[in-house]
Ligand binder design. Structure first.
Ligand SMILES: NC(=O)C1=CN([C@@H]2O[C@H](COP(=O)(O)OP(=O)(O)OC[C@H]3O[C@@H](n4cnc5c(N)ncnc54)[C@H](OP(=O)(O)O)[C@@H]3O)[C@@H](O)[C@H]2O)C=CC1
Ligand SMILES: O=C(O)C1=N[C@H](C(=O)O)C[C@H](O)C1
Length: 251
């Protein structure tokens, strides 16, 4: 019998981290060897022989955590948000020095959200107008969400590949912020509301029609199959992978 994969969770007391600990503990092929939160020492990852660390912490913490993991050859599955091109470049640099180590950055672990991104990417070239609205609980640290940022980037890249002209915004008079933020030319609007969890609408418009793609995460359990998939796959996927879709048979 194969020994269980030794997994650590960082951000173990958090909303998603606590759910991830339970999911790892419930999986026969995985062993939760460390559940760390703020102020716990990362050395515990080495002491417990963790093979994969799942980072569900905070944008301010994730880079330091990954530097440590990669330097120790510990694979990482990352749900934490706050990724920029500069951060990705820095991480790629670290991974170059540890070529057997794998890091998965998943803007969203839920199957519906991954499909939303894929469908939005497919629709992107057919509509003149597109805007993204993301809605989250009122404890969320970052805006726009990692998912909305990634969705907008994928839409923009698809439109660019298809030679679609950048959409025009005729607004000349606006209160600052009224038109949201712009990610690669796509307007993104962030709503924070007690009672919500994680939701997104991608709205497309053209002559006489609109298309809305909406996804709702209703409970943190929706992220668990994706986290477990990432944990199981990352030891055989060296280097940087961005997006859970790379571990899914989508086509
Ligand atoms: N990719 C995906 O599918 C998903 C991603 N997320 C992302 O995961 C992250 C966490 O979200 P959420 O669980 O809601 O946030 P929480 O604030 O509930 O949880 C984060 C936890 O991490 C702890 N923490 C902070 N810094 C460190 C550190 N340096 N080392 C270890 N633990 C630390 C926090 O402690 P303290 O409270 O003391 O600050 C807290 O317990 C966010 O970036 C969120 O966007 C969330 C859901 C799904
Ligand atoms: O903070 C959250 O809750 C979530 N964060 C991720 C994001 O920023 O996209 C994923 C999901 O939306 C839940």
């Amino acid at each position: 019998m194969t020994a269980p994969l030794r997994v650590a969770v960082l951000g173990a007391k958090g909303r998603i981290g606590s759910e991830a600990c339970r999911a790892v503990e419930a999986a026969d092929d995985l062993e939760l060897v460390a559940a760390l939160d703020r102020d716990d020492k990362l050395d515990a990852l080495v002491e417990t022989g963790a093979q994969v660390a799942v980072d569900l912490t905070h944008p301010d913490a994730v880079m330091g955590n990954l530097e440590f993991c990669v330097s120790q050859g510990i694979h990482a599955v990352v749900g934490t948000t706050g990724w920029t091109e500069e951060r990705l470049a820095s991480l790629r640099g670290r991974l170059a020095a540890s070529p057997a180590t794998g890091v998965l950055i998943a803007p969203n672990f839920s199957i519906g959200a991954v499909l939303t991104m894929r469908f939005a990417e497919q629709a992107a070239r057919f509509f003149e107008s597109v805007e993204v609205v993301e809605l989250h609980h009122n404890r969320k640290a970052d805006a726009p969400s990692g998912t909305a940022t990634r969705t907008a980037q994928l839409i923009a890249a698809a439109r660019d590949r298809a030679g679609v002209a950048p959409q025009q915004d005729p607004t000349t008079h606006a209160l600052e912020g009224a038109r949201g933020a712009t990610v690669d030319g796509v307007p993104v609007h962030s709503i924070r509301l007690r009672g919500l969890l994680a939701h997104q609408e991608v709205l497309f418009g053209d002559l006489g029609e609109t298309l809305t793609i909406r996804h709702d995460s209703l409970h943190h359990s929706c992220f668990m199959p994706g986290i477990l998939l990432g944990v199981r796959r990352i030891p055989t996927a060296p280097g940087l992978t961005v997006g859970l879709e790379h571990f899914m048979d989508l086509d």
